[in-house]
Ligand binder design. Structure first.
Ligand code: 5AD
Length: 439
């Protein structure tokens, strides 16, 4: 976003480009630009999305140089681990030590960690995740924007406030012109460089129309577009890729097929997974995860969620708490707990330390006002701000009392950037996953 720092190209090997950020080298993919060594670029999600003129890049880099190293120091200080494990059970210490050494944790170990109950032990789990985040990713933090383009939905997800059964909400569908204008404003006025376009499964938008919107945005703004329109079908996925989108956000919601079928009448987990796998094959970067605390979920399911998410080779993990919506059959069920979500984020960091970008979700912020801070200190390193026009935002009520549903874009940026700075984080791109270079 606004403060995404440009980097200088050090090496080019076909589509893979090595970019230097203050001495740190990250790899990114170049599909769209004619580049040479020494050029300045901005990358998002590991894709080069913009070539930046040398003078402009120099100014931005100079403005950041001093603060960048200060931020790194702050982050390093805050993520240091106290080796004195007073009041820590020996088994907890041993498992966390193994995780720090990069050894694979067994399912039993993960279950043991998820079940930790003593506050100082839970804290040590979070701190270990934060330590690993710092070790592999330094202080980089991705800041994406999301535009919720329509709340029409043909699907009947039992937990979701915009499912087709809810007759008590005002439905809206932004026009293509409104969507393009909102995206261009997010990029040009506020400096976003990665945008998620999301909607319910809206029959009012064909893949062709969505493609037209994506092309319209790409024509006017340098941005990584992430699509999140539900199960579009394999051809739809291909069409949107051809239009220029390069990321897909699709949670599998739960790894338990029976629970999935109960929560999504008429749908199957396999179909959902087929979409995610096909999107990966096509070259999309994948953002996926599940709902934590959804009724009927067991601890074993949660651990399987982490395992399944990792198998899907995501660029970003997204785990958030289930929140009961009054207009759904699950209205009376208790919400997911923020501590459980933080534990899942921490475990995802432990099992995929070097690759994982882990999102701090709005739902986590909704259950816990300090959720963003906590999430960033428990393994998280990606945040998403809501850039849907305010007049529509409150109608995208997948769950009630959604955080930031009344906050202007500038106030969200201001609070987020000041939080990131207080934690020593800088909004730079993280580069690509090591095993995803061949696309
Ligand atoms: N509580 C929390 N998250 C929800 N989502 C939908 N409904 C709810 C709810 N009641 C999440 C789903 C979906 C994403 C867009 O929003 O995980 O993938």
């Amino acid at each position: 976003m606004c403060y995404a720092i440009p980097g200088k190209i050090k090496a080019i090997n076909e589509k893979t480009v090595v970019v230097d950020y203050f001495g740190e080298e990250k790899k990114a993919r170049n599909e769209f630009y004619d580049l040479k060594i020494g050029d300045y670029v901005c990358a998002q999600g590991g894709f080069i999305i913009k070539k930046v003129p040398e003078k402009e890049a120099g100014e931005i880099i100079e403005a950041w140089r001093e603060i960048f190293f200060q931020l790194q120091d702050t982050d390093l200080r805050l993520s240091r681990l106290d080796l004195d494990k007073k009041n820590i059970n020996k088994k907890t210490g041993t498992i966390l030590d193994r995780a720090m050494e990069g050894l694979t944790l067994k399912k039993d170990d993960l279950e043991y960690l998820f079940r930790l109950a003593a506050p100082q032990e839970i804290e040590l789990l979070f701190k270990t995740a934060n330590f690993l985040r710092q070790k592999y990713h330094k202080n980089s933090c991705c800041v994406h924007g999301i535009i919720e383009i329509s709340n029409h939905c043909a699907s009947a997800c039992q937990y979701c406030g915009i499912s087709r059964h809810n007759k008590n909400i005002t439905r809206y569908r932004m026009t293509p012109e409104e969507i393009i204008a909102a995206a261009v404003e997010a990029c040009e006025e506020y400096g976003f460089q990665a945008l998620v376009l999301q909607s319910g499964e809206d029959p009012g938008f064909t893949a062709k129309q969505l493609s037209g919107i994506i092309k319209g945005i790409k024509k006017k703004a340098a941005v990584l577009i992430c699509v999140s329109f539900g199960e579009l079908g394999m051809e739809g996925l291909e069409e949107l890729y051809d239009a220029g989108s390069r990321a897909m956000l699709m949670r599998f919601e739960t790894s338990n097929p029976e629970l999935y079928a109960k929560l999504h009448p008429g749908r199957a987990l396999d179909t959902r997974l087929a979409h995610i796998r096909r999107a990966y094959e096509l070259g999309y970067i994948i953002m996926t995860g599940s709902l934590i605390g959804i009724p009927g979920q067991t601890v074993a399911d949660i651990l399987d969620d982490i395992k399944l998410a990792k198998k899907l080779r995501p660029e970003m993990y997204s785990f958030g708490p289930f929140l009961p919506h009054p207009g759904t059959p699950l209205a009376a069920c208790p919400p997911g707990q923020s501590t459980d979500v933080l534990k899942v984020m921490a475990l995802a960091r432990l099992v995929d330390a070097a690759n994982a970008k882990i999102a701090v979700t709005t739902a986590l912020e909704t259950v816990d006002p300090s959720g963003m801070r906590q999430g960033l200190l428990s393994g998280g390193n990606t945040v998403m701000l809501n850039v849907t026009p305010l007049k529509y935002r409150r109608h995208y009520e997948i769950y009630p009392n959604k955080a930031h549903s009344g906050d202007s874009i500038s106030s969200q940026i201001e609070t987020t950037v000041s939080l990131l700075k207080s934690l020593g984080r800088a909004p730079t791109d993280l580069g690509i996953r090591e095993n995803a270079e061949d696309h």
